[in-house]
Design a protein around this ligand. Structure first.
Ligand code: ARG
Length: 457
């Protein structure tokens, strides 16, 4: 029997049944749905709508249904349209007609919104832990490789030397913002819609504050129409997931490039690489390529959800059933992507010789401009003068450090023999000692702040 069959005189079309059903994916909400219903049965008893005995029969029946799900023994019927229908149908099989009282004052509209929030409230803490584990892996590698210097890039061209640790830590802070965003959005997930009814609340004296306490919701939605139609928490979570995956993708891209034969800066551990079915020598960074590839998928989920929400008329609309699959998939994707990323970072081998060998004098041209600034030349002019030095060296086919002093002095008389000290990448990174810079102490202080953030969790 359908939950809504009373006014219908005709069978639903077979394809329409299939089209309408969400049980194929919302069965994942069984635990949340049963918890919500147990709290709801208690609230009904408190409001005098059912007797304490009826409450006990409902609660025990719901617990029995939960047992069946937990044991993998729940048998779905073709008539189970969605998880709410399935649970209630099975409850009636356990406890008889008293099951018909459970839905008093409730709609599947406030029920499904509550279930989805409960589900996400459960999923957030493990995701947060995965994020912390990744940050921990980054931090440990940054501490280990503090003295390795490598080319820093802009436009993927040689820019200035940086510490490998400094590059790695740049991702720590991106993931730190992801962590902050998760903490903030979690508050907006944990708002109770139950008691909103179909859209207009209920008239039966059900205590929403009691429901909130029972279900660990710190707050209650203020408007029943908003309660049943708000999916901002889904969109916000999907944005969080998409941006986090974009961060993972950018980290992955750097490592894919740097693990190529041409760079050889890093080696991806065999545990996170795969081979080719044709070329025996291959060792491909598939873990990283998937971390990059999954970003497209999660951005797609966000775009899809926002498109579904845009233009919906007021209240609940069945379009909202489309909220679940992207949400579940984003959770599943990150539950794999985050630990894999942490594993790749944790096991990453670094090749300092290749990194140092890739440094060149051109990357110290900015230091050369600073040299003139220290001798009173305005930066715009020193930049121009050093540009001429670079041009001259290129014309002579020499690295900057091999350019004779007279050539330098022909461009600016302020160049002295001490200019050659500039051609030391270690000195260059050490000179950038301000907060957030590349000097050893600055990076150590950065790492220490990151450590204390992680320790405070
Ligand atoms: N399966 C539905 C969903 O996921 C449950 C709510 C149905 N509400 C309704 N008015 N038909 O959104």
């Amino acid at each position: 029997m359908k939950l809504w069959g009373g006014r219908f005189g005709k069978e639903t079309d077979r394809l329409m049944e299939a089209f309408n059903a969400s049980i194929g994916f919302d069965h994942r909400l069984w635990a949340a749905d049963i918890r919500g219903s147990i709290a709801y049965a208690r609230a009904l008893a408190r409001a005098g709508l059912i007797s304490p005995d009826e409450r006990e029969r409902l609660v025990q029946g719901l617990e029995a249904v939960a047992q069946e799900f937990a044991a993998g023994e729940f048998v779905f019927l073709p008539t189970d349209e969605d998880i709410h229908t399935a649970v209630e149908r099975r409850l009636r099989e356990h406890v008889g007609p008293v099951a018909d009282k459970l839905h008093t004052g409730r709609s599947r509209n406030d029920q499904v919104a509550t279930d989805l929030r409960l589900y996400l409230m459960d999923e957030i803490p493990p995701l947060r832990q995965h994020l912390t584990d990744l940050q921990e892996a980054i931090l440990t590698q940054a501490e280990r490789h503090l003295d390795i210097i490598m080319p820093g890039y802009t436009h993927l061209q040689h820019a200035q030397p940086v510490r490998f640790s400094h590059w790695l830590m740049s991702f720590f802070w991106a993931f730190h913002r992801d962590r902050e965003r998760l903490d903030e959005l979690e508050r907006r997930v944990a708002v109770l819609p139950l008691g909103s009814g179909a859209l207009a609340g209920h008239s039966l004296g059900i205590d929403r504050a009691f429901l909130a306490t029972e279900l660990n919701f710190p707050s209650i939605c203020e408007n029943s129409i908003d309660g049943v139609s708000d999916r901002d928490f889904v969109a916000e979570f999907l944005f969080w997931a998409a941006l986090l995956q974009v961060h993972l993708s950018r980290l992955a891209e750097d490592l894919i490039l740097w693990s190529s034969a041409e760079f050889g800066f890093v080696v991806i551990d065999e545990a996170y690489a795969t081979g080719s079915s044709l070329m025996p020598q291959k060792r491909n960074p598939d873990s990283l390529e998937l971390l990059r590839g999954k970003a497209g998928r999660l951005v797609g989920h966000l775009t899809g959800m926002l498109t579904t929400l845009k233009g919906l008329p007021t209240g609940y609309n069945k379009d909202l059933q489309e909220d679940k699959e992207p949400l579940f998939d984003a959770v599943d994707t990150l539950n794999l992507a985050l630990p894999v990323a942490a594993g790749v970072v944790r096991t990453l081998q670094v090749n300092p010789e290749r990194m140092e060998a890739a440094l060149d004098d051109g990357m110290l041209a900015t230091d050369l401009a600073d040299y003139l600034v220290e001798r009173g030349v305005p930066f715009r002019q020193s930049h121009h003068l050093v540009g001429q030095v670079v041009r001259r060296a290129e014309a002579l086919g020499l690295p900057l450090r091999a350019l004779p002093l007279e050539e330098f002095q022909a461009i600016s008389p302020l160049f002295g023999p001490d200019l050659y000290q500039v051609f030391d990448p270690h000195r260059s990174v050490e000179r950038r000692a301000s907060q957030g810079g590349t000097a050893r102490e600055a990076v150590r202080a950065q790492i220490a702040r990151a450590r204390s953030i992680l320790a405070g969790r």
